[in-house]
Design a protein around this ligand. Structure first.
Ligand SMILES: Cc1cc2nc3c(=O)[nH]c(=O)nc-3n(C[C@H](O)[C@H](O)[C@H](O)COP(=O)(O)OP(=O)(O)OC[C@H]3O[C@@H](n4cnc5c(N)ncnc54)[C@H](O)[C@@H]3O)c2cc1C
Length: 386
């Protein structure tokens, strides 16, 4: 048995585990997936946000699904497009109509770019029912569990610690997971760069962002579901997803410095940040009806059920989240980084910063490259020992 530790449970980690298990080594692997988060998905994690006055408490009824990371992603190559078509056929993702996207390359000029200059496909996708956390991600974890049976362990709330083995960087196995033959790290972070000086790993930085969520907003039919950089002070506007596939609820994202406020709640409380958001939105004179009455009464402009709210429910009519996420800071490497420790352990760094395309597609692609490298490495080891 070859022991593999995969650090992370985002799209890169799940794709790697699934590809290895379906490949020639499948039956000879014992895999541990290790994540410091409490659930899988990484930067494809959705949250349910309650709408004012709707649904029973403790149920998902009346909630809007909002994405904390990628709201949509693109497939630009035939291979990834084929993968996306399979996911679509299984009801895990759906194609985004391009008139629902603004500020992204494919819709500049207003027409679907079926093929780009390099002849590649440019199709955009969004999550199926319930967002990534209830569609694609559990489908992948389920497939992995089915393929591996009892040769698989999941570790959540478990941060893998970088260490040195005779000056070569690797990761300490979590208690109970045993020493692995292969460690794959799927989320290069600033700590890795600091701890592994001189190693050519992709550099990531943490971006701090505010997400102002209006779960009650009923958006007009021409509102984009995703709008990148609608004005220089905002990073993106996206709409939430209802279980019937309709969009409702608005999520506006911006970095603190663009709003002129501090990320620290003690310095800039939620009301201060909300006021800053609304000031920039008012000034930007956004050319779509988001259903936000910036002059005061949230929701009443387009949501006629939102009148006469109790003070308790009115607190649910907007929520501010302070999110941090890792972003590639330097140009991505074009391939995974890997090295072998003195005692023969293979260490790899893969993820969206280690492929040509970046984003969800980049994470998926890096995992396929890594799976091939791992198969070759195991094969070479087997040849040496015979
Ligand atoms: C706001 C936002 C908008 C985005 N928009 C788009 C978009 O429009 N299109 C697009 O293609 N992409 C977009 N992305 C990027 C996309 O979400 C990522 O590229 C992709 O999800 C990365 O997947 P990954 O598996 O490589 O990394 P991640 O999803 O980050 O997974 C890494 C996992 O590793 C875990 N981890 C990290 N360090 C440790 C440790 N020491 N020990 C244990 N676990 C650890 C993390 O908890 C995480 O679960 C966006 C991202 C964000 C945040």
């Amino acid at each position: 048995m070859t022991r593999v530790h995969i650090i992370g449970t985002g799209i890169s980690a799940l794709t790697l585990a699934r590809t290895l298990l379906k490949g020639q080594l499948g039956k000879t692997l014992r895999i541990s997936l290790i994540d410091k988060a409490r659930a899988p998905g990484g930067r494809m994690t959705s949250r349910r946000v309650k709408r004012a006055g709707e649904g029973r408490s403790g149920s998902d009824e009346g909630s809007v699904v909002v994405e904390t990371g990628a709201r949509v992603f693109q497939s630009t190559t035939p291979d990834f497009r084929a993968q996306c078509e399979d996911w679509r056929a299984a009801g895990l993702i759906s194609e985004v109509k391009l008139d629902r996207l603004r500020g992204v390359r494919a819709v500049e000029g207003g027409e679907k770019a079926v093929s780009s200059a390099d002849g590649n496909d440019e199709t955009w996708w969004e999550a199926g029912k319930g967002g990534w956390t209830e569609s694609l991600i559990p489908a992948l974890t389920g497939q992995i569990s089915d393929l591996a049976g009892d040769r698989l362990e999941w570790f959540y709330n478990t941060a893998a610690k970088p260490v040195h083995s005779n000056s070569v960087p690797t990761f300490e196995p979590p208690v109970d997971a045993g020493r692995p033959d292969i460690v794959v790290y799927t989320a290069p972070t600033p700590q890795i760069v600091d701890l592994f000086p001189g190693r050519d790993v992709p550099k990531m930085e943490y971006r701090k962002t505010f997400a102002l969520i209006y779960p009650d907003m009923r958006v007009s039919s021409h509102t984009p579901i995703y709008w990148r950089g609608p004005c220089s002070a905002l990073s993106a506007i996206s709409t939430g997803i209802l279980d019937n596939g309709e969009s409702r609820g608005v999520v506006v994202q911006a970095e603190p410095e663009k709003l002129g406020v501090e990320y620290d709640k003690a310095i800039s409380g939620d009301e201060v940040v909300k006021a800053a958001f609304e000031r920039v939105m008012r000034e930007a004179k956004l050319d779509v009806d988001l259903g936000i009455d910036l002059d005061g009464k949230d929701g009443e402009k387009t949501d006629d059920t939102a009148t006469a709210q109790s003070s308790e429910s009115s607190t649910q009519r907007w929520q501010l989240k302070r999110w941090k996420f890792a972003q590639v800071a330097s140009p991505p490497r074009r391939e995974p980084a890997s090295w072998t420790t003195d005692d023969g352990q293979l260490v790899m760094c893969i993820g969206d910063g280690t492929s040509e395309h970046g984003g969800v597609q980049g994470g998926w692609e890096s995992a396929l490259v890594a799976a091939k490298e791992i198969e070759q490495w195991v094969e070479r080891g087997a040849e040496k020992s015979t």
